[in-house]
Write a new protein. Structure first.
Length: 80
């Protein structure tokens, strides 16, 4: 039983520790079908150096998904 619990714990640590590759676009207008909870990085130069804009589907309304945008730290090298 301990081995099964340890294997399950290790699997969860590996799964949760794996970085997720987020979709990245160069203009916010390029985001056409944003889903609730989805996060897309926008590299349009509107955030300070070392940061990138994160647009997310924040709230569901009768007319669709409301977007939320904020600047977050850039984790990797800038893509061209």
């Amino acid at each position: 039983m301990r081995i099964a619990t340890a294997a399950l714990s290790l699997g969860l640590v590996l799964l949760l520790g794996t970085p997720v590759l987020a979709q990245q676009v160069s203009r916010e207008q390029d985001i056409v079908d944003l889903r609730l909870g989805q996060r897309i990085m926008v590299d349009d130069g509107s955030c300070p150096a070392g940061q990138i804009k994160e647009v997310s589907g924040a709230k569901m309304t009768p007319t669709g998904v409301v977007r939320s945008a904020k600047c977050i730290p850039r984790l990797g090298p800038k893509k061209r």
